[in-house]
Each structure stands twice: as C-alpha cells, then as structure tokens.
Write a protein that binds this ligand. Structure first.
Ligand SMILES: Nc1ncnc2c1ncn2[C@@H]1O[C@H](COP(=O)(O)OP(=O)(O)OP(=O)(O)O)[C@@H](O)[C@H]1O
Ligand SMILES: [Mg+2]
Length: 243
C-alpha cells in the first residue's frame, strides 16, 4: 500500500466546557486521521460532540487536552495570527444555517470570500468559479438575493463560497439539517461531485440515514468518543511528519 498523508489528525483530543460549576466533557479522547481527498461522514446522537470536534478540526477553538494537527502542524503551537491564517487558507466551512448576507446577491456573497482572501479576479474570467457554479447548478441564480432563493439553492451558494478559494479541507456541520429530503439528496450528491472532481477533502456531519451511498467512510461518535470507524487510517498507511 502506498503511504498517504493525513491532512488532519487528532491525538487524544479533549474538550471540556465549564458550565457554572459543572464540567461538560464534550470530547473525551478522540483519535482520528483523515486522508487527503477523502469524503468522511461523522454521525452520532445529539450532544455526542460532533460540532465540538468540527470546531476544533477547523481551528475555531482550542482543545482542553490532546492535539489537532492540520497538515502535520499542531494548531496549539500556533499564535492567534497563524491560526487565523490556517483557518482562512486551509479550511472551508458550511453550516446548517446558510449564513448568507441578505443584502448581497448570490454572486456578491461568493465574491466576499474571494475579496477577503485576495483571490478576486478583476477581469471577470474565473474558470474555477464557473466550473463550480455549473457543478452546483446555480449559474443562473447568481443575480438573486438569498431571499429569492430556495433553501437548497442558498446552501449551494454557501458551499460555493466555502470552496471557491480551494481550501485543503471542507468541514460541513449538518449541511442538510435545514433541507427537505429531496434537497438534502441534491446537496449530498454535490459534496460527492466536489470530492470527485476537485479532489476536495470533505468531512461532513449529518443525520441523514441514506448517507452511506455518498461517502467513503462513516465515523460514529457517542459520548465524546469515536465508537466506530468504517475505514480507519492505520499507522502503516501514514507518513505524517509531526512538526
Ligand atoms: N459552549 C458550550 N458550553 C457548554 N457546553 C457546551 C457548549 N457547546 C456544547 N456543549 C455541550 O457539549 C456537548 C457536545 O455538544 P456538541 O454541540 O458538540 O454536540 P453535537 O453532537 O454537535 O450535537 P447536535 O447533533 O445536537 O448538534 C453537549 O453536552 C453540549 O451540551
Ligand atoms: Mg452539532
């Protein structure tokens, strides 16, 4: 077997929230490796720690214990500026709520991501974006504001916004949670296509029982731990350089 890189790795990852004088142990020692170009799904009952894990994987919060390595780099060793940089350049996020800016058109919402990143193209030609919009089937919706789009369309605009800068990892926390079953299916299919076509690494949290058909790997959590992994990354497979 050829060695691959773990684009994301957690080592004994722990997160405890302090609520008044009670400690809530949201993560109790998660060991997880994600392969580059993998589409992995995380499932588990409400409160088992899925969103907490996604926040830590995306460098949006600091662990209480253990480590998160993004491309082999420990996020705990970074200062705030470096962490922000990693979040901006390497991570794309999609949430259950679409979080589009209501006053901007769909195109404007996507362009904001480019402007922030400094990747906007002044000449209007953008092959990658055009291809992305075709894949997401929203090319003809670009002039509309979010209020004039269906939930499924809004989520697809949010996905375009999340991946337009080609992040190394796309994290999606219940991206179909606010959609009906037909739109959920469309959106899940699009994650699959994004993964195949652009080799986009994707981790998604979902409660959708039909999920297995769309993913390479199913990771199940319970009570702050990973309790089942359909395709774990063994030591022999990995060539992570820990810095
Ligand atoms: N900011 C917080 N302060 C205190 N406790 C929190 C906080 N965020 C989450 N928790 C607790 O941590 C645990 C894990 O929460 P988390 O949101 O990660 O679960 P989840 O698996 O995403 O659930 P759901 O499927 O409902 O979204 C829960 O017990 C939750 O109540
Ligand atoms: Mg959650």
């Amino acid at each position: 077997m050829s060695k691959c890189r773990a684009i994301l790795e957690t080592v004994d990852l722990r997160k405890t929230y302090r609520l008044g004088d009670v400690d809530v142990e949201a993560l109790r020692g998660v060991n997880l490796r994600i392969r580059e170009t993998e589409l992995a799904a995380i499932m588990g009952p409400s409160g088992c720690g899925k969103s907490t894990l996604m926040h830590l994987l995306g460098a949006m919060a600091k662990p209480t214990g253990g480590r998160v390595l993004i491309n082999g780099r420990d996020i705990a060793m970074m200062n705030d500026g470096q962490r922000t940089e990693v979040r901006r350049k390497q991570i794309g996020f999609v949430f259950q709520k679409f979080n589009l800016l209501p006053i901007l058109t769909a195109r404007g919402n996507i362009e904001v991501a480019r402007t922030i990143q400094g990747t906007a193209r002044g000449d209007g030609h953008d092959e990658h974006l055009a291809e992305l919009l075709r894949l997401l089937m929203i090319e003809d919706k670009m002039g509309r504001k979010p209020s004039k789009l269906s939930g499924g369309e809004q989520q697809r605009v949010a996905i375009a916004r999340a991946v337009v800068n080609r992040p190394a990892i796309l994290l999606a926390d219940e991206p179909t949670g606010a959609l009906d079953s037909k739109n959920s299916e469309i959106v899940l299919n699009m994650f699959r296509e994004l993964n195949r076509k652009f080799k986009q690494t994707i981790i998604l949290v979902t409660h959708n029982p039909e999920l297995a058909a769309y993913t390479d790997r199913l990771i199940e959590m319970r009570d702050g731990l990973v309790v089942h992994d359909s395709n774990p990354v063994g030591d022999e497979e990995i060539s992570t350089l820990v810095i």
